[in-house]
Design a protein around this ligand. Sequence first.
Ligand code: GTP
Length: 235
Amino acid sequence: MKYKRILLKLSGEALMGAKGFGIDQNRLMEYAHEIKEVYTAGCQVAVVIGGGNIFRGIQAEKGGMDRVHGDYMGMLATVINSMAIQAALEGLGVQTRLQSAIKMEQICEPYIRRKAVRHLEKGRVVIFGAGTGNPYFTTDTAATLRAIEIEANVILKGTRVDGIYTADPEKDPKATKYEVIKFEEVYEKGLEVMDMTAFTLCKENNLPIIVFDMNKKGNLSDLVAGKKIGTLVQV
Ligand code: GTP
């Protein structure tokens, strides 16, 4: 196994599957199975999931809502998705703990770094909900921050594309995929991997990022095993 401890970042939108809103049960179970596979192999797994399938703070702002208010609603949306992932994993017999950056003691633990690490060491999948607990930060930033805090070996960004391309592959047929790219090159070429706050945090803390297609069965466990899948961003 190449990576002993990973932080898996999933997008909320991906959980919608073919639906226009909310959680697609089939997609949820697919993800749970993928996670179970690496968990069973002995990999320590932390998960951060977005909330865009339920609520997007930035769009709410366009509708006249205060940005900060919208961001807090978005953070709550991530807790709903986290609870869904938690239930799906536990249904498959995977032990989990959910920790939230915003206290909700009736439904989950508060975020405590040392406890999160202990859970991982004890073989529990740890899910981090409510982003960083602060407005103006994305779930990518939350994922990066938590990954650094728990000393994950890598952040795996599961998306619906299979990596980072020279240009948008949906618009430019000549676009090619990078297998490996340096942080500096991503800046220079203006490529989009994560928002800049998250990306810079990864770079400054030497945390490699792998962007990969989470919807392809087996990709996650192949990645953890060390196969070259998606695009690796590193120093
Ligand atoms: P270890 O002591 O490492 O074995 O961890 P543990 O999580 O098993 O111990 P703990 O007694 O802290 O937790 C038992 C259960 O209570 C777990 O399912 C936790 O997620 C849950 N739990 C712990 N703290 C809280 C909390 O503040 N709120 C909620 N809702 N659940 C909590």
